[in-house]
Design a protein around this ligand. Structure first.
Ligand SMILES: [Zn+2]
Length: 186
């Protein structure tokens, strides 16, 4: 189980936030928002420093036919049942790491980034699918001028890496020792 069915997750975001989405439930992704892309979708639309470690969720078509951005009012649901094992900083906000399964070598986690995290969400917090783990952070004031969005990653992280060692130092390219990334779209 390395997939949490992205369609179902996008529906969870829609329902949790009562998004005024079109009947076709259309979401849009710039190529740079996709997993393992090297492209930026902000600022100069140039090249990222590293391959994209996940999926950026930000754009849907609303009922008037317009493309609409998620914003800081968007609450972020957990993809599946699990336990919060760390909360760390990322370059636009905070990231929550949830463990869903574990074997002798590694654990399967989902990561939610560039969000504001409520004080009740801490390591040890147990969550069910759909529980709120945060809210999209305001990133518009950052130097990068990057629009508000939710980054999600799905990874296996080796057990030798302790829960509180998990940060973007180890989850980010290019130094992925003990970390295996999966495409959240498949
Ligand atoms: Zn991202």
């Amino acid at each position: 189980m390395k997939s949490f069915a992205i369609r179902s997750y996008l529906d969870a975001i829609t329902h949790l936030n009562n998004l005024p989405i079109s009947d076709q439930r259309e979401w849009f992704f710039h190529p740079g928002m996709l997993f393992w892309s090297r492209a930026k979708w902000w600022a100069d639309f140039g090249t990222r420093h590293a391959m994209h470690e996940g999926l950026d969720i930000a754009l849907f078509r609303n009922r008037t036919g317009r493309i609409q951005w998620l914003d800081t009012s968007t609450r972020v649901p957990a993809m599946a049942k699990g336990e919060v094992i760390n909360v760390c900083s990322d370059f636009l906000g905070r990231s929550v790491i949830i463990k869903h399964a574990q074997d002798a070598e590694s654990r399967l986690v989902s990561v939610y980034s560039h969000i504001a995290v409520p004080s009740a969400v801490v390591p040890g917090t147990r969550v069910n699918k759909g529980d709120v783990v945060g809210q999209i952070a305001d990133t518009t004031g950052k130097k990068s001028g990057i629009h508000c969005h939710l980054h999600v990653s799905i990874m296996e992280i080796a057990n030798e890496i302790t829960d509180n060692e998990i940060s973007w130092e180890i989850m980010g390219e290019p130094d992925l020792k003990g970390v295996k990334l999966f495409n959240p779209m498949i």
